[in-house]
Design a protein around this ligand. Structure first.
Ligand SMILES: Cc1cc2nc3c(=O)[nH]c(=O)nc-3n(C[C@H](O)[C@H](O)[C@H](O)COP(=O)(O)O)c2cc1C
Ligand SMILES: [Zn+2]
Ligand SMILES: [Zn+2]
Length: 733
């Protein structure tokens, strides 16, 4: 989603605003000189030092002076003299990557020197070119043996090729030689959903001779590799793009069509929304009366009517120390990337944010975001701790949740009903209340909900009412503006309901809240506020106790309908970049778990570090292997034909736009590494390491070509976040 932001902001954030973390004492420094060093032995992570925010202010200043936000790269790896280090240090704009425009993107204002500045920040109107075969192959023959085509719907008017031999010869580029010329999809699954269009088709086709002497081209399968349970129920017909082995939550085209034609009923939502309209009116009157005249205030409770339906019993979920969470990440958090993270130890994952209304309208793009990989529909890791275990059934839990946003309760509520009905593999439905993008915010969705607490509460209440056994959760920020933090009040509301109605209507049913420790206003260059997160965590603990006693005393106990028997989980988020950060937050901020966003894109093995409890200095070869995996997983999810392959290439480049920022810890003078540290220009321990650190997208395309073959001539890629250093390179190159 591209931002439409036009707000004017100060031109430059001061460099000092960059997050500074405390350096580890010299005695704990590790020696990492000899490449390759696969693992760094580090002390187990506790007890942890104070968090940055717990320190006295003066001390923080000292650290800042010491580091000044620049990665402490050892002299021998610097490619510029020390005096140039600060100049070459890359400034990245993650706000642009998330979809917000950078401060001066719109203005292109003249700088101090009078020269017109080139617009920086997010590149708008990103185009990626059109990827297609030179001549199209008709769907009627794309997956069938040469002599058994299906009926072509278009008959004589069809202008696509129906001759497979001709197509293979002239219709497309020759087979690729990457992956040893073997189809990575077929190698894993024993068949290939790209059929004749696969750019590795030579590896899964043959010519058979019939008794009458005719020779027929056929696609081969290897039944021994085909796992029946991974074959989705959608037939390999029209939407063969949709049927991929290992991909779940694929919704049949007929359902999307019915949605688009408004042929789908939302019975529960309709019933509930009718009731909600009346109840909201009652609450409104109550609210105004109370303000004007306390004595005459009619008691809301006396007039309260129970909703016409009760929520179903919710599946219980679990967030804990052993379940690091991968953040919902638009563009970046696609299925192949999440698969990679799960393989490396992410225990909980979220879809990219989908918009509620297009989902209700059956729009393909938003439904596609709801798909999960096989590895995401297995239970998260979990160590029984006693009490909780009585009701939590780990075997029924899974990793994958979806995230939606909406600007009106009816959209959120109907979306929840629809999602829970058509998606069989859903851990939770998460409501995005943090998205800063202007287009979303101005519509009243995303972070706008932070300033609309009663609307937010009605959404969560209603969603939970109609979502069947699927729990509902929320992801919030600290507030909209830096000078007005609202998360504490919101968290209270999500846990217990509005103060004046909670006694009658009970808790809204929010199973978990994730708090990103920033405001909407705040830029990524400023550190997330973990002391504020810690305060909220403490509040949630006390609310959970209150919630239990509320249930016992005031209302007819309805424990079944409360998520986790009345316990709301609390997850912290912001700037987690290593196992040290992770355990520090779990232990000192009191959060149940930590959600990792950019840290996972820059360093997907952060999850491995968390399970190992130590820094892992991955060699360039190991890092390249992750790139290769992404390419393979991309083709499995999107296809190994011209279209799927270049779709994979596009998202691989998006991945590399973060991945290149990893500074191997073996190159650092001291630890810990910090995500917001800007690396000066440096070279790696070998050529490959240097290449993987390149800020130039042309190098990223080169890297993609190692696994996806040559990019088509019309292939375009513009990184979402341009950095100043990147522009220098571009200017030089
Ligand atoms: C590229 C990008 C895309 C994001 N997309 C989403 C999204 O779709 N939904 C959401 O709730 N947050 C989104 N976020 C915010 C992250 O989930 C997370 O809250 C934020 O990055 C802070 O965590 P971090 O410091 O670990 O990156 C996005 C962030 C980035 C950088
Ligand atoms: Zn045709
Ligand atoms: Zn294939």
């Amino acid at each position: 989603m591209e931002s439409q932001e036009t707000a004017k902001r100060p031109i430059e954030e001061p460099v000092d605003a960059v997050a500074v973390q405390d350096a580890e004492p010299a005695t704990k420094r590790v020696k990492l000189d000899d490449a390759p060093v696969p693992q760094v032995q580090e002390e187990p992570s506790q007890p942890q030092p104070q968090t940055e925010d717990e320190k006295p202010k003066e001390q923080r200043q000292d650290d800042r002076d010491k580091r000044r936000g620049i990665a402490p790269i050892k002299a021998e790896y610097l490619v510029v003299p020390p005096s140039q280090v600060a100049k070459t240090a890359e400034v990245v704009d993650d706000d642009a990557a998330e979809g917000r425009t950078a401060p001066d993107a719109e203005t292109g204002a003249a700088g101090k020197d009078g020269k017109k500045k080139r617009p920086k920040g997010q590149n708008k109107e990103r185009e990626f070119g059109i990827f297609a075969d030179a001549q199209r192959l008709c769907n009627s023959v794309a997956w069938t043996p040469e002599f058994s085509p299906r009926n072509c719907k278009h008959g004589d008017r069809c202008n696509a090729l129906h001759d497979i031999r001709k197509y293979l010869k002239e219709g497309r580029r020759p087979d690729l030689q990457v992956f040893g010329g073997k189809c990575p999809v077929w190698e894993t699954h024993g068949k290939c959903s790209s059929g004749w269009r696969c750019l590795f088709v030579e590896s899964h086709m043959k010519e058979v001779e019939h008794e009458d002497g005719r020779k027929e081209l056929i696609l081969t399968e290897d039944p021994s590799r085909i796992k029946p349970e991974t074959t989705p129920s959608v037939p390999l017909e029209e939407e063969s793009m949709d049927a991929r082995a290992g991909v779940y939550n694929v919704v049949a085209p007929a359902i999307k069509l019915a949605l688009s034609r408004k042929k789908i009923q939302h019975e529960k939502s309709d019933q509930y929304l009718k009731w909600m309209a009346k109840d909201s009116e009652l609450a409104r009157i109550h609210y105004h009366k109370q303000k004007d005249d306390d004595d005459v205030a009619k008691d809301y409770a006396a007039q309260y009517v129970e909703p016409p339906l009760k929520p179903s019993e919710k599946r219980r979920i679990y967030f804990g120390r052993e379940t690091p969470v991968l953040a919902p990440l638009t563009t970046q958090g696609n299925l192949p990337f999440r698969r990679l993270c799960v393989e490396l130890g992410a225990e909980i994952t979220y879809s990219e944010m989908a918009l509620g209304l297009p989902l209700l309208q059956g729009q393909k793009a938003d439904w596609t975001l709801m798909r999960a990989h096989e590895s995401e529909i297995t239970p998260p890791r979990y160590t029984p701790t006693g009490l909780l275990d009585l009701a939590y059934d780990n075997a029924k839990d899974l990793k994958f949740g979806v995230q939606i946003t909406a600007n009106a309760p009816w959209i959120a509520i109907k979306s929840a009903e629809t999602l829970s009905r058509y998606l069989p593999h859903l851990r939770v439905i998460d409501l995005n209340c943090g998205c800063p993008i202007d287009m979303v915010y101005k519509s009243g969705a995303g972070s706008a909900l932070l300033d609309a607490p009663s609307k937010l509460e009605r959404m969560i209440r209603g969603m939970s009412m109609v979502s069947g056994e699927v729990p509902v959760t929320a992801k919030i920020r600290m507030g909209i503006r830096d000078d007005r933090l609202t998360a504490q009040k919101l968290v209270e509301r999500l846990a217990l309901g509005a103060p004046d109605i909670r006694a009658v209507s009970g808790a809204p049913g929010c199973a978990a809240v994730t708090l990103h420790g920033r405001t909407r206003q705040q830029r990524y260059t400023k550190a997330a506020d973990w002391s504020y997160i810690a305060e909220c965590a403490a509040l949630v603990k006390s609310f959970n106790e209150t919630s239990n006693s509320l249930q016992d005393t005031i209302r007819e106990a309805d424990e079944r309908s409360l998520p986790n028997g009345g316990r709301m989980y609390f997850v912290g988020n912001g700037d987690c970049y290593s196992h040290v950060d992770y355990f520090n937050h779990v232990d000192n901020a009191g959060v149940d778990s930590v959600m990792v966003g950019r840290g996972a894109i820059i360093k997907p093995w952060i999850f491995e570090e968390i399970s190992a409890g130590q820094y892992l200095d991955k060699s360039a070869t190991e890092r390249l292997a992750y790139v290769q995996k992404f390419a393979k997983y991309g083709m499995e999810a999107w296809g190994s034909d011209e279209l799927g392959l270049n779709y994979t290439r596009r998202f691989l480049l998006e991945f590399l736009s973060f991945f290149h920022r990893y500074v191997p810890i073996g190159l650092l003078e001291y630890l810990p590494p910090a995500m917001n540290d800007r690396p000066p220009a440096y070279k790696g321990r070998n050529e490959l390491e240097t290449l993987l650190a390149s800020k130039n997208y042309l190098d990223w395309i080169k890297i993609s070509e190692m696994f996806l073959g040559p990019a088509p001539p019309n292939f375009k890629f513009q990184p979402k976040h341009k950095s100043n250093a990147y522009e220098n390179i571009e200017a030089e190159g």
